[in-house]
Design a protein around this ligand. Structure first.
Ligand code: PAF
Length: 308
């Protein structure tokens, strides 16, 4: 660690008292559950609302918008940065996942010095080895990312449940870019009867329209611009659906448009029910319809979606 960008990193070992509230002048970084909980107990005793923004780092404007919303709605905000090994079904993907903690901290500091940043080790999160729990998500994990990346959502469920248990937030913030993940986290909260409000935040896009993602780091600027074809195809599909064209024709045209770009291969491009994520063959209820897509773009898996 020891980067010049982080002016002060504090592994909390202070003694807190509710009679002597501490004024934080530098961002606090916690690497252990114990130190984070010592700090959080102060907030809890003061009855403060607590927001959690779980991330895997490599932060971008999309993450920052989640943090900003969490800061508007809660007195205390925890941002977790942990690249969760159990959600990577492809070991190569895990190795290639960008890690840039010092830059992440510097970015967070541009928003607020008052954030509590939790950067646990793998040993801290998985003391008994990299085991995942099994959940019944009512079929929400059966298709799309679930079938293409076996075990992925069990890994996401496992780490998010661990974070929820540890932080006990009032609200937790996730981006709508990972639409299926958002549905699964809502299902997890219902399944475990957790008293947490899940806040789904709008997709933030790069100037040309590509949905922001940590994976975009792996694309050159020119390639990111070319990848905006995904958003263009989604927008066109919405227009065509509004014009009542058959959904199968719309999806075929969208796939053709995306795959006309060299190095782009569509995994799926589908109209789905917003709640069940089951495919829709005819459009009866636009409000409950979403178009979701995943594209292999020059070796990088890009996700996007749009409402009708
Ligand atoms: O969306 C992500 O970054 C991750 O899947 C999450 C929710 C932080 C769990 O590791």
């Amino acid at each position: 660690m020891g980067s010049g960008k982080i002016t002060k990193i504090i592994e909390i070992s202070r003694i807190y008292s509710k009679f002597a509230p501490v004024l934080y002048t530098t961002m606090d970084l916690f690497t252990s559950e114990k130190s984070l909980n010592t700090r959080l107990s102060i907030s809890r005793e003061q009855g403060n609302s607590l927001g959690l923004v779980p991330t895997m780092g490599a932060l971008h404007k999309g993450h920052l918008s989640l943090v900003e919303q969490a800061l508007r709605e809660n007195k205390t905000v925890v941002v977790s940065i942990f690249v969760n090994p159990t959600q990577f079904n492809n070991p190569q993907d895990l190795v290639q996942y960008p890690q840039q903690l010092a830059t992440d901290i510097a970015l967070l500091r541009t928003i607020s010095e008052d954030l509590l940043v939790f950067t646990p080790t793998t040993q801290e999160m998985y003391p008994e080895g990299l085991n995942t729990k099994t959940y019944s998500f009512n079929g929400l994990d059966r298709r799309w990312e679930g079938s293409d990346r076996p075990g992925h959502f069990m890994g996401v469920g496992t780490i998010v449940e661990k974070l929820f248990t540890l932080v006990r937030p009032s609200r937790a913030y996730f981006g709508q870019k990972d639409f299926q993940q958002l549905a699964i986290i809502r299902a997890l909260v219902r399944l475990k009867s957790l008293p947490i409000t899940i806040v789904g935040c709008p997709i933030i896009r790069e100037p040309h329209g590509l949905a922001m993602s940590s994976r975009n780091e792996r694309l050159k600027p020119q390639e990111r611009e070319e990848a905006s074809v995904i958003y263009e195809a989604l927008q066109k599909a919405v227009n065509n659906a509004t014009a009542k064209k058959p959904l199968s024709d719309i999806t075929q045209a969208a796939v053709k448009k995306i795959q006309a770009v060299e190095g782009a291969a569509v995994f799926y491009f589908e109209f789905v029910n917003t709640h069940t994520l089951e495919p829709i063959k005819t459009l009866t209820n636009p409000k409950n319809t979403r178009i979701i897509t995943a594209v292999d773009f020059k070796g990088v898996r890009l996700l996007d979606n749009i409402g009708l």
